[in-house]
Design a binder for this molecule. Structure first.
Ligand SMILES: *Cc1c(COP(=O)(O)O)cnc(C)c1O
Length: 366
């Protein structure tokens, strides 16, 4: 079976965890500090702070941006639910906007139109591993004095005009969940160049603590443990190799899946690099079979696939209750019905990737 996702755990990760266990220091300690330094270096930011999930990283980022109840945060409707739930966790209202057909990311023109006096921040997502249009969002944020927050959970190692994901905003959030490009089971990291935002995140992840039993404000327990930080440190050393394997597989798909009626391969926009957290094709109504028929045909040949995401966020009850209905965001609604992710991760060999291509050619050309 060629699965849609598979973590790569080497001897290095196992040894690193054993070393932490043997040290007896399991909670936040030297491995967390080591991960933070390495992450900031990798993302070309001044600072990084580790937390225990990507969702926690988003919540911390929103808090450090001063987002409060009554505020609005603009975000795309086509992303993982955590993007939107983090805004709700901060007590703010997610103001959802449509995406662009080209890169599946937030449509900057729609962002500008959604700004109100209550808008505090823009939360862009580097969906599938390709950065959003940073220059466009940065210009809007500066013009309206808004904080730009990057949900880079899927995009470690991606670039926009040579700048790495994590540095394409005032503050960014990464996830180290088991299926992400690098992982430690559950984990997250915040990156920023802003010292005050860093301090805010470090307080917020630890009950608002500023010193031994000194609490400056409300906060949570979002601390990462040294046990999992040790895994993440090893994974970060391998990220460029992992990315290269994903990009090699994407290249095989790109060339093998051209000129198939109704199959559209993902576009890499000029000036950007894509790290293919997902390699997402579109199965349009012009195709000779439906998306679910194609998924079934792949499954029969032992090839997994996935739909990320079957619905835009505004289709879910707790989000729709904010005042959204189907028809509000036509691009996201259309694409949610067409997207199909193929297994692109580093455990997929060149031969495997070629098998995927052949399977789709045979199924879709039939
Ligand atoms: C994975 C992910 C998150 C949440 O990360 P967790 O570590 O699962 O909490 C948020 N946003 C996006 C786009 C993600 O892919």
């Amino acid at each position: 079976m060629i699965t849609i996702a598979a973590p790569i755990i080497g001897d290095e990760e196992i040894k690193a965890v054993n070393d932490v266990l043997a040290s007896g220091m399991l909670a936040q300690g030297p491995k967390v500090a080591e991960l933070e330094q390495a992450f900031a270096r990798y993302c070309h930011t001044n600072y990084a702070a580790a937390v225990n999930s990507g969702t926690a990283a988003l919540h911390c980022a929103l808090h450090s941006a001063g987002v409060q109840p009554g505020d609005e945060v603009i975000a795309p409707t086509f992303t993982f639910m955590a993007t939107c739930n983090a805004i709700l966790m901060a007590g703010a209202k997610p103001v959802l906007v449509d995406i662009l057909e080209d890169d599946f990311n937030i449509d900057p023109a729609k962002v500008e139109a959604a700004i109100t006096p209550k808008t505090k921040a823009i939360l862009g997502v580097d969906l599938y591993g390709q950065p959003y249009d940073y220059n466009a969002l940065d210009a809007i944020a500066k013009k309206h004095d808004l904080t730009l927050i990057e949900d880079a959970c899927q995009a470690i190692g991606a670039h926009y005009n040579g700048q790495p994901a994590g540095s394409l905003s005032d503050i960014a959030s990464f996830s180290l969940y088991a299926t992400k490009n690098i992982m430690c089971g559950e984990g997250g990291v915040v990156t920023t160049n802003d010292q005050d935002m860093l301090a805010s995140v470090k307080r917020f992840r630890q009950h608002g603590m500023t010193g031994p039993y000194e609490y400056a404000e409300f906060g949570y327990n979002y601390r990462m443990t040294d046990l999992v930080a040790a895994i993440a440190v090893e994974q970060l050393k391998k990220v460029d190799d992992f990315t290269a394997a994903r990009q090699r597989n994407a290249g095989i798909f790109d060339s093998g899946l051209q000129n198939i009626q109704g199959i559209i391969t993902p576009k890499v926009m000029p000036g950007r690099t894509h790290v293919y957290h997902q390699y997402t094709i579109r199965v349009t109504p012009d195709a000779s079979l439906t998306r679910s028929q194609l998924a079934d045909a792949l499954k029969e040949r032992g090839i997994g696939s996935g739909v990320y995401y079957p619905k835009p966020l505004h289709a879910y009850p707790h989000v729709a209750a904010l005042g959204y209905s189907m028809g509000d965001f036509p691009v996201a609604e259309k694409l949610a019905g067409e997207v199909l992710a193929l297994p692109v991760h580093p455990k997929v060999s060149e031969q495997d990737a070629q098998l995927v291509v052949t399977a789709i050619q045979e199924a879709a050309r039939g």
